[in-house]
Design a protein around this ligand. Structure first.
Ligand SMILES: [Zn+2]
Length: 288
């Protein structure tokens, strides 16, 4: 009976070796079927690094063999600083405790609303980009932001107090889930001070806000995008080359960032489309 069912339901499948398994009084028929499955083409990736003034992005388009860096600026930090000033002046100037608390609560609500509005707008934009480019979003791992662990550092506390990271990430996950888009997590620890080329970790790699220069291999790049490059590298999903400050996608499945100026062999020329392994449209899978 089951065999007949399998034949009917899996019309295009081939039946392979089957077994009868006896477990006490129960008898099972284990059917092996083989069928061709349609799989999606390689989905593109949108790597994001969330910061206080911007969300920095790296879009990898595997189909067009293109890597693009861009930044979404926002004013969340400014909003927060403004409201901090307002709160401070209320605390200083309003003596009546009932009125003071009322005012503080009112401005607290306003601040939350404004920040939330910005967060939602940024995420809607990210979701639109992800849909437009058929990309999975890759973000930092939430575990890196654990509040009650021992890894609570001063720097992390500062980051958490000035920017609603948790809220941001929770909204991303929700918005993307709602729109049937995927979110991937990557370990982002020390991603802003790690050299994406040689892996050397040093705070001094970050010369200033704009410049990253590795003290070991000399790789120099716009500091804003270094974290994105590290996320890309850690996902192990391709290889990009950087030449004269511009970025090129070289291949899928290699997980590397190479400065093309010093890369010994594979130097992508500016006109030449970088080589990449072809991605099969169809895969044959078998299942039981
Ligand atoms: Zn380096």
């Amino acid at each position: 009976m089951e065999y007949g069912f399998a034949r009917r339901e899996l019309k295009d499948a081939k039946l392979g070796n089957s077994k009868i398994l006896v477990n006490g009084e129960d008898i099972y028929l284990l059917l092996t079927v083989r069928r061709n499955v349609e799989v999606r083409e390689h989905r593109n990736k949108l790597f994001i690094d969330i910061n206080e003034d911007s969300v920095d992005c790296l879009l990898i388009d595997y189909n067009k063999k293109k890597a693009t860096l861009f930044s979404i600026k926002h004013d969340i930090r400014r909003i927060r600083t403004n409201y901090r000033r307002i709160r401070k002046s209320i605390q200083e100037k309003v003596e009546n405790p009932i009125i003071r608390d009322k005012l503080l609560a009112k401005y607290g609500r306003r601040e939350r609303k404004r920040v939330e509005d910005r967060v939602k707008k940024i995420i809607t934009l990210l979701a639109e980009i992800a849909r437009e480019y058929d990309a999975d979003l890759v973000r930092e791992n939430l575990r890196d932001l654990k509040l009650n662990g021992k890894r609570k550092s001063k720097q992390l506390n500062y980051r958490l107090s000035t920017f609603p990271y948790r809220k941001f990430i929770a909204f991303i996950d929700y918005k993307f889930w709602e729109r049937k888009l995927s979110v991937l997590e990557v370990d982002a620890r020390k991603s802003s001070i790690t050299c994406p080329v040689c892996g050397y970790i040093d705070k001094r790699n970050r010369i200033d806000k704009e410049t990253f220069k590795c003290r070991k291999c000399g790789f120099t790049f716009n500091a804003q995008y270094v974290a994105c490059l590290n996320l890309f590298s850690r996902l192990d999903d391709g290889m990009v080359a950087i030449r004269d400050g511009r970025i090129y996608l070289v291949s899928c499945k290699a997980g590397l960032v190479v400065p093309a100026n010093v890369a010994p062999d594979e130097v992508p020329s500016l006109d030449e489309v970088p080589r990449g392994k072809p991605v099969p449209n169809r895969l044959v899978t078998s299942g039981t």
